[in-house]
Unconditional design. Structure first.
Length: 735
């Protein structure tokens, strides 16, 4: 049929035949024997036939090297300017650049060289995209040729999409050198023709302009005046890109930065409200995330008058409500304090438990930030304790604990209700908060020794490590304040921990307190009940430096995720200098110790030491070991490396852990769950003789994971630990 239609003038008949060939190819039938006949039909000017023929040739050219030259010649011939149809020229070039086999680059390079200056913009755009494909396959061909100069010339192309593609291509090709080289002339040229660019292209231009540093204030104001009308654009990407330029230009100048906040306030509120009205909650959330960042960075006063826009609506998604509550917390001031606190109090009775908890926490943060409001807010929080809802009481008590750390003078009204709260609250966090308050202010509570005694008597049934730590510290504090009443209780607690506790951290702390008390009671009182310095700001609430870091990645996913890109971008894409160190078998601070210091990086977040992505050790994915071999090898190796970490706060299953380790060639030998403890055994093999054995024990309730490692090759142990770190990084919190 193909041969019969080769001279057929009716294009519809030829289309039907080629369509049948494509249909068979789609069904998986091998029609590669028709390659020569299909290639002969490529001389047509019918765009529909061209698309189908190109699809066929591209599909079979890579798997049939002897026929590949015929397909290349077809594409190459159609790329030339002798072909009058620019759509066919662009289509042929796109398919030619999609071929991937040996020797094809010597045809792609001259084809791009000819088409990159094609008179039709569609062909030029396709040539630029083809150049990026060529760069990822043969970098030297692109960098050594004239292509980079051609791309710089195409930035001034009359077609906005060609200009945009050229900018993107240069940024990708010159990524190792910091991207495109930008100067004042280029910036002014691009901004003067910004109205001719599409929304996407405008965003690309603004990202480029944001990297430029004006030489003086006159130039700065000239550029900002040119861009100011973009703040009225309906596209959030364009507006946020413009805001990013303004923030970068005024960095380090607080006066100008405040003026920028005031200028962008109305456009951002308009975008956010417009998204809400249209039901585009994803758009609203993106804009709201950027407002949240600006408020975190010091724009509270600017958005203070717009606080009603951040009141939650009943039909909004939870992620919108949560972010609005955060913003309300930060924009609360003397002029709107009562309205915001009343609004947040309404959310305490919300059916969503997490939203209710967050509302209580945010009310506490307002009291932390505004000392003049602390007394009235504490009084309002005490009203939540009457709701008789367990999670409301628990969260309220935890907030009270933090407030009393800062406002110790407000303790009297809180301590009156502690005993009643202890009867209602069942959550360990809430109980721990009450225990802390009893230990800290026990001298003012008449029945405090007996409250602690009751909880210690119930400790054996509970077996909560968190409560054990809290009770131990609180009892020692209270003993030093009221020795006769607490002496027997403390002795009972020491006896309980000494005989029935297997956890080393708790036992070590009990031994420390015991020896300290025996050594000198006065010194012990100075250590345990030392005078507390007044707290002005909690470390976790100081987010200014963190916000400054995020502001450098304005108008990116970093703002939406509320974390720098290095926290979620694959390590392989990061510069080597930013890669954190791999896990080493060394002693680390245990997370159970409540007085441990947490390592903090310059942006104010705990350092997450994830493993390196580049690992030299190669493990055998087909390794096999019998049960007897595993057991005898494990028992026969004495040297063992152990470490303890916290797992991430998400559900874990045995199957998920086995799959995660198996994807890194660490094979599961046995697994099971007994008494809420998950235990797994793994092995791995490197080379012919090197074996590695793992015992993993997970206690999900306490988020503890203990890993024991044995090996027959101690020299390869550090390399294996790097592989293990990579494998377990999704489930282990390396802090």
């Amino acid at each position: 049929m193909l041969r019969q239609t080769a001279n057929e003038r009716d294009q519809n008949k030829r289309r039907e035949v080629v369509k049948k060939v494509i249909a068979y190819m789609t069904l998986g039938v091998d029609v590669s024997r028709l390659f020569a006949d299909v290639a002969l039909l490529s001389s047509t000017s019918d765009i529909v036939q061209k698309k189908m023929i190109y699809l066929y040739l591209t599909n079979y050219a890579e798997s049939n090297s002897d026929q590949a030259l015929m397909a290349i010649n077809t594409f190459f011939k159609d790329c030339k300017r002798t072909n009058p149809d620019p759509k066919i020229r662009g289509l042929a070039l796109r398919n030619l650049c999609s071929l991937r086999f040996s020797g094809v680059f010597e045809y792609i390079q001259p084809a791009i060289s000819e088409t990159i200056n094609d008179p039709d913009p569609y062909v030029r755009r396709t040539a630029i995209i083809g150049l990026i494909k060529l760069y990822h396959s043969a970098k030297d061909l692109v960098k050594e040729g004239p292509f980079i100069d051609n791309l710089y010339e195409l930035i001034r192309d009359g077609d906005s999409l060609v200009s945009c593609n050229a900018i993107l291509a240069l940024n990708e090709i010159l990524g190792d050198e910091g991207g495109i080289a930008i100067n004042r002339r280029m910036v002014i040229y691009l901004l003067n023709r910004i109205n001719g660019y599409s929304e996407f292209a405008q965003s690309i231009v603004f990202d480029l302009v944001a990297k430029y540093q004006p030489q003086d204030e006159n130039e700065l104001f000239d550029i900002m005046n040119i861009m100011e009308d973009r703040l009225k654009h309906s596209s959030s990407s364009v507006v946020l890109g413009c805001v990013k330029v303004f923030l970068n230009f005024t960095k380090g100048n607080d006066y100008l930065t405040r003026q920028v906040y005031a200028r962008v306030q109305a456009p951002l509120i308009t975008l956010f409200v417009g998204g809400e009205v249209a039901g585009a909650y994803e758009l609203s959330y993106t804009v709201l995330s950027h407002i949240h960042l600006l408020v975190s960075r010091g724009a509270q006063e600017v958005f203070e008058s717009d606080y009603k826009h951040f009141f939650c609506k009943f039909n909004e998604p939870l992620y919108i409500k949560s972010l609005k509550i955060d913003i309300l917390t930060m924009v609360a001031g003397d002029s709107n304090l009562q309205e915001i606190v009343n609004e947040l109090s309404e959310y305490v009775t919300d059916v969503d438990v997490e939203l209710s908890r967050k509302a209580i926490r945010c009310i506490g943060r307002i009291a932390m930030r505004l000392p003049t409001s602390s007394a009235s807010i504490i009084q309002q929080l005490l009203g939540f304790l009457k709701y008789q809802t367990e999670y409301v009481i628990t969260e309220t008590l935890m907030v009270m604990k933090d407030l009393l750390r800062k406002y110790r003078s407000q303790s009297e009204q809180v301590l009156r209700v502690l005993e009643q709260c202890l009867e209602v609250v069942a959550d360990d966090d809430g109980k721990a908060a009450v225990i802390w308050m009893i230990g800290e202010f026990g001298e003012y509570i008449e029945d405090s020794p007996y409250l602690l005694e009751q909880m210690i008597q119930g400790l054996r049934e509970n077996q909560s490590l968190q409560l054990s730590h809290a009770l131990l510290t609180a009892t020692v504090k209270l003993f030093l304040k009221r020795p006769p009443e607490v002496h027997a209780t403390l002795a009972m607690l020491f006896q309980e921990i000494g005989t029935d506790t297997d956890h080393p951290d708790l036992r070590d702390r009990a031994v420390f307190y015991y020896r300290l008390l025996r050594y000198n009671l006065e010194i012990a009182n100075e250590v345990v009940n030392s005078e507390k310095h007044p707290i002005n700001l909690f470390r976790e609430d100081d987010r200014k430096s963190y916000a400054d870091t995020l502001c450098e990645e304005f108008n990116t996913l970093s703002v939406v995720y509320q974390k720098p890109s290095r926290k979620f971008v694959k390590e392989a894409a990061l510069p080597a200098t930013q890669k954190p160190a791999a896990l080493e078998p060394a002693a680390v601070p245990r997370a159970q110790e409540t007085d441990d210091l947490i390592k903090v990086d310059p942006i104010g977040e705990p350092v997450v030491e994830t493993p390196q992505a580049e690992v030299l050790l190669r493990l055998d994915p087909a390794a096999q070991l019998t049960d007897q071999e595993f057991e005898s090898s494990w028992m026969g190796i004495e040297d063992m490396v152990s470490f303890n970490r916290k797992i991430v706060d998400q559900p874990l299953t045995l199957a998920a852990i086995e799959s995660l380790m198996g994807s890194n060639q660490i094979i599961c030998k046995a697994s099971g769950e007994v008494d809420d403890v998950m235990k797994l055994f793994f092995f791995a093999k490197a080379g012919q003789t090197s074996l590695f054995f793992l015992e993993v024990e997970i206690v999900p309730a306490q988020r503890d994971i203990t890993v024991n490692v044995k090996t027959t090759d101690q020299e390869l142990l550090p390399e294996f630990l790097k592989v293990l770190s990579t494998a377990m990084s999704p489930i282990i919190n390396f802090s």
